[in-house]
Design a protein. Structure first.
Length: 131
């Protein structure tokens, strides 16, 4: 019931389904409107988030596991001639469910942040004289 109540409050507060809002918005309905945010950017991911995408016509859908990974910076959209990305291979090999993928995306670091951290660490390594 809590999810339904929060969804209804989001719809009332931001007039979802009317001309008053942006064309598309993204909301994590695990948060109450007074504490959460909405907009065109994917919200901060947590392991138990319920991210929904709303259109101006009032229709909505849940974000897919693929969209959760895309928001984290993983390459998941492939052309038919591309090789599957390592993340997709891994997910298929260990048979991750949609819930597992969403949990991992919400429990991880954004790839750009991770890359920046690694560049910092590697850039500050020094050689050590071995006796």
């Amino acid at each position: 019931p809590g999810l339904t109540q929060r969804l209804q409050e989001w719809q009332q507060k931001f007039h979802i389904g009317s001309d008053a809002m942006e064309k598309h918005i993204i909301i994590d309905v695990d948060h109450w409107p007074s504490f959460g945010s909405r907009g065109i950017l994917f919200p901060t991911q947590i392991t138990h988030s319920t991210v929904m995408l709303f259109d101006v016509d009032g229709s909505f859908r849940f974000a897919t596991p693929r969209e959760h990974l895309q928001a984290m910076g993983f390459k998941v959209d492939l052309r038919p001639d591309d090789e599957p990305h390592a993340v997709q291979k891994l997910a298929a090999d260990i048979k991750l469910t949609a819930g597992n993928i969403k949990y991992l995306a919400g429990n991880g670091m954004h790839l750009h942040i991770f890359g920046s951290w690694m560049a910092y660490v590697l850039g500050n390594l020094g050689s050590v004289a071995v006796a």
